[in-house]
Write a protein that binds this ligand. Sequence first.
Ligand code: AMP
Length: 399
Amino acid sequence: MSDHVLVINAGSSSLKYSLIHAGSGEAAADGLIERIGESESHQKHRGPDGETESSDPIASHEDALRAALDAFEKHGPSLDDLELAAVGHRVVHGGSKFSAPVLIDDALVAEVTELVPLAPLHNPANLEGIKVARRLFPDLPQVAVFDTAFHQTLPPHAYTYAVPAEWLEEHGIRRYGFHGTSHSFVAEQAAQRLNRELADVNLIVLHLGNGCSASAVQGGRSVETSMGMTPLEGLVMGTRSGDLDPAIHGHLARELGWSIDEIDKALNAKSGLKGLAGENDFRELSRRRDAGDEKAQLAFDVYCHRIKKYVGAYYAVLGTVDAIVFTAGVGQHSADVRSAALQGLERLGIRLDPVRNADPAEDGVVSTGDSDVAVLVIPTNEEWEIARQAVALVDQREE
Ligand code: AMP
């Protein structure tokens, strides 16, 4: 059997897939189907022949996966020739139950279904992807990799909210944390770049993409993270507010007569950079900021200030920090964000090298040679991590 895994990330109206070699991380193909169920869908497939696109209507997730399989057949690579080892599924919420990847069977589907109230926007779509893939690949092992799993090592004092104790016991209300696959992948890569054992290093990981989250990783274990019961808490994001006074919800309901759903939507889809400057794409926001746009500047300042607050807080949680790691679209590409977020922290032993930061070299080190805390830029690769975890689980089962 080969070590190729078809990694599937199903959203409410989209299906993203990658064909990854678990050993090397090389993507033999990937693709995205968007606007499922709308009159015009959009399909993109990148394989050995380059990229192909189409806009035929695709009615359901099942049709989307069938369209992806057609694309593999027409444009390659041939899934039959590659003999897939497994299908790996990104599942957003694993609750308190899942701290590791799990082989999917009917019982697992039922358990993920029970978690839907904790992630009403994400888990139903992930489940749809699982059901469809099980129908189309009945003989392949299918593995669920949870976004929350890596953060299951948080100690009780970090995951417990100061609310009536029965809320946790009866309703599962606690911090779970997300982006765990990315934080875990990047932490391991950081230890390698530092030439240290993961068990011996303390890291602050900053995943800054459309969604943003920070984590404190002590000896390879997540001990604090900024996202909470849902992916709304913490850093400022593209369209999500991150932290805010919880009394604002009541105020909006009482003063403006907003429903819970309206408030939820405003905080998840109309806030963050988009709420502040009308723009959630960081590249466009940067262009506007460079041109002197005041709203874009304020959005940038709020965004970076929040990151700095978390760096300070997680420094205190960890006691000593070996490296701060920036990853995901903004973290990897915005020298300005790295510089503004870490400015003035020299007394904490954090010294950014402006030349390295402007154009990070292959090793990703952007701190000065004498900085006590290394600052690293490391590309994340959640699909590879899902493929690795899926193959490791399948191999373990076969031993
Ligand atoms: P991700 O969720 O990791 O794909 O990150 C998406 C975010 O990264 C978007 O806000 C992009 O605008 C931003 N991004 C991607 N490339 C760049 C770049 N070169 N400079 C600044 N931001 C970028």
